[in-house]
Design a protein around this ligand. Structure first.
Ligand code: BGC
Length: 357
């Protein structure tokens, strides 16, 4: 009762001022009536912990610092939900949508409908093919793949298997994500010449639908069966897929093999320090969030946001882009993640992993 009363008083006090955010709390539920300037639309909570653990909080922080009223929501892998979240954002006054798409088709429709209402979009981390975004804010995806490919090669050399015609398997991301092809192109750039020379043997390769970590485990187990466990290294597109490989190897009582990842997650780093994963790719989402919030302000003011160049995005003209460089993380330098404040040492160095720190 007390709560409802307080909200009523607030509402009365606020009156018609639309810029204030008022939360009306009723028995256990909270509804937001807000006027916002920007919206962050995250894709899911399962394909990588990054969206909830890094992107969402860092975007919220960056918007706050940039003095933009904003909301960041997650569509839980449901394109319909992302569409209704976008609609709600526009209804609440958002002038910019920052969209990490689930698939290009649904996201392009969101962007086009938004533009009809004068709302501009930023493609966040993933390109929207056939979309109308005014900016693509991300990391250099091909470089991510190159770093992964080089990481697998370095792992083979360190293990002494590089000279023994090792079989390399690949778990690419979901085909509905344009990034998966960028990452693949980078890995291919490094590994294809080595396959062609016969230094490495090209093993099974598969895209993992929807980046589904569980599915990746099944796919990798099938790869093991198909090759009679003769897989000597894996180019896995992110830490979630890499962990599926680790779990499968452990279940089959097999030894660690060179294995790439991406996102610098706690789990990825734990797999690295315990010797099960060779490397991960650190994409500093803090920089991405800050640059994206700054770009959103420019867009709201009708100005052009800064770019590092343009990218080719299928189904549309050249897309202005702001691309950030990714960084390779191995056993040798993982501590930069904790000293730099991206991850907490206490999260990594807990339980069975304490002894590796
Ligand atoms: C992102 C990766 C992420 C993956 C799965 C990609 O588009 O760039 O950081 O691991 O999607 O969510």
């Amino acid at each position: 009762m007390k709560r409802v009363f307080r909200s009523t008083v607030l509402l009365l006090a606020v009156g018609g001022i639309a810029t204030l955010v008022v939360t009306v709390a009723t028995a256990g539920t909270a509804r937001k009536h807000a006027t916002i300037q920007a919206c962050g639309l995250m894709p899911d909570t399962k394909t990588s912990v990054r969206w909830e653990q890094f992107d969402k909080p860092f975007l919220i922080k960056a918007f706050k610092a940039a003095k933009i009223t904003a909301r960041v929501v997650n569509a839980q892998g449901d394109p319909q939900k992302q569409k209704s979240q976008a609609d709600q954002c526009i209804a609440d006054g958002a002038k910019v949508l920052i969209i990490a798409p689930i698939d290009s088709g649904s996201a392009a429709a969101i962007e086009k409908a938004a533009l009809k209402k004068g709302v501009k979009s930023i493609d966040y981390d993933r390109q929207v093919e056939g979309g109308v975004a005014v900016l693509y804010a991300s990391f250099n995806g091909k470089t991510v793949g190159e770093i992964q490919g080089k990481g697998v090669v370095a792992g083979l050399k360190a293990k002494g298997t590089y000279s023994k015609k090792p079989v390399i398997a690949s778990l690419w991301g979901g085909e509905e994500d344009a990034n998966s092809f960028l990452f693949k192109s980078g890995v291919d750039k490094i590994l294809n010449p080595l396959y062609a020379k016969g230094t490495l043997k090209k093993g099974p390769q598969q895209f993992v639908p929807g980046w589904d970590n569980q599915r990746a485990g099944t796919i990798f187990e099938q790869m093991l069966v198909k090759t009679g466990n003769k897989i000597d290294g894996v180019a896995a597109a992110n830490d979630g897929l890499a962990n599926a490989v680790v779990v499968a190897l452990k279940r089959q009582k097999l030894k660690p093999i060179p294995l790439s990842g991406q996102d610098a997650t706690v789990q990825g780093v734990q797999n690295i320090i315990s010797g099960w994963q060779t490397m991960t790719v650190f994409k500093d989402v803090r920089t991405l969030a800050t640059k994206t919030a700054e770009a959103a302000i420019k867009i709201i003011k009708g100005q052009k946001p800064p770019t590092t160049g343009t990218v080719k995005t299928k189904g549309r003209g050249p897309e202005p882009a702001y691309l950030i460089a990714p960084v390779s993380i191995t056993k040798a330098n993982w501590k930069v993640l904790t000293t730099g404040g991206f991850l907490k040492r206490s999260e990594i160095c807990s339980g069975e992993f304490k002894k590796f720190c």
